[in-house]
Design a protein around this ligand. Structure first.
Ligand SMILES: *Cc1c(COP(=O)(O)O)cnc(C)c1O
Length: 348
């Protein structure tokens, strides 16, 4: 791998204490091109603008997928990733659905390893501090023919983040718009899935909600995901979440939450969840918690949800299961606890 380092780091000019998410990037990026049927030698180079012809395929047909992961620094300044093989496998599942060639495993892991070492000063110790890592791949062939590109570009960029208190969110059950459909691309981290959510989400925001709970496209009777997070419900002592399928993204945080909850002795049900049972549970007060799960915030408690002009408030509780699960996962991520699952991956 070719490595070109910056002459001077931008880091001294960055206020790591006051960052708005996803706006400041580290000194370097990883880039690899797919040309003539093969991935070329990857490079690490200074973070910089890249230029493409206006006809470049991705601008017209949206053939692009991405990943989101985080790197953490423990108290000995050692850097860790959390279950990165899951991200690697998932970007290739997403790529396959979008007819993008598979990215080689050694390129992905060597690239991450070298990039995180070179930019290690950008990762601060302490819970809440991390480096958000964004691998993505897109069709980079010039020309507007509506067929799969023959050239692709795979890039990894990183930005320092501070975990912010996401606040407890109010969220709207959506029955008109859909995020995903059977046979579609809902399970893939396709760039276009996000673009298609902006408009319905902005309508929900005008009504005072922060996010949408997506229901199934066919009947709108089943609750599937919360914005760009998986969703969990605690009814009495049971934790319930929908099974993954081609409409629901197979979240790594979701998987981790399920595993840890089971090991805490909690009864976890993975099954379709209906709107009506959640309304009933909210009305008869058996609905104790609702939360989203995702890499950015681990778990995000939901304060209330709206359904057909009615608002349902979740009870305020201390020592919530959401908090316990977040604490357990965070402790593994920051190497503050043992890792019986082998989820931590060291940068060496
Ligand atoms: C990325 C994503 C998630 C969360 O996945 P994690 O691996 O837990 O970060 C959930 N739903 C959607 C639609 C996503 O794009």
């Amino acid at each position: 791998m070719k490595i070109e380092k910056v002459l001077a780091s931008k880091l001294p000019n960055v206020d790591l204490e006051n960052l708005s998410f996803g706006t400041v990037f580290t000194d370097h990026m990883f880039i690899c091109k797919y040309i003539s049927d093969s991935w070329q030698e990857p490079e690490i180079m200074p973070y910089q603008s890249i230029s493409f012809e206006p006809s470049t395929s991705v601008f017209h047909y949206g053939q692009a997928v991405f990943e989101g992961m985080k790197a953490y620094k423990d108290n000995q300044n050692k850097i860790w990733l959390f279950r990165p093989l899951e991200n690697y496998n998932r970007i290739n599942r997403s790529s396959e659905r979008l007819q993008i060639p598979k990215f080689p495993e050694e390129f992905f892991f060597n690239g991450l390893n070298e990039l995180l070492k070179i930019d290690s000063d950008w990762i601060q110790t302490g819970i809440g501090n991390s480096l958000y890592v964004r691998p993505f791949v897109f069709a980079s062939q010039a020309g507007v023919q509506a067929s799969p590109s023959v050239e692709y570009t795979f890039i990894i960029i990183c930005c320092p983040v501070k975990s912010y208190y996401g606040g407890e969110v109010n969220i709207l059950i959506e029955e008109n718009f859909s995020r995903a459909a059977d046979g579609g691309v809902g399970f893939a981290k396709a760039a276009g899935n996000y673009a298609a959510q902006f408009y319905p989400t902005s309508l929900a925001q005008q009504k005072g909600y922060q996010q949408i709970i997506w229901t199934d496209a066919k009947s709108h009777k089943f609750l599937e995901e919360a914005g760009t997070m998986n969703i969990f419900f605690k009814i009495n002592d049971k934790l319930i979440t929908a099974p993954t399928n081609d409409r629901i993204l197979d979240g790594i945080t979701r998987k981790s939450v399920i595993q840890i909850a089971k090991d805490l002795g909690i009864d976890v049900e993975v099954r379709p969840v209906t709107v009506s049972e959640i309304i009933d549970a909210a009305e008869n007060k058996s609905l104790k918690e609702m939360f989203g799960s995702g890499t950015a915030v681990v778990v995000s408690p939901i304060k209330s949800f709206g359904y057909r002009n009615k608002n349902f408030k979740l009870p305020e509780i201390n020592n919530s299961l959401a908090d316990t699960l977040k604490e357990k996962i965070t402790s593994i991520q920051y190497n503050l606890s043992t890792d019986p699952y082998g989820w931590r991956h060291p940068i060496v």
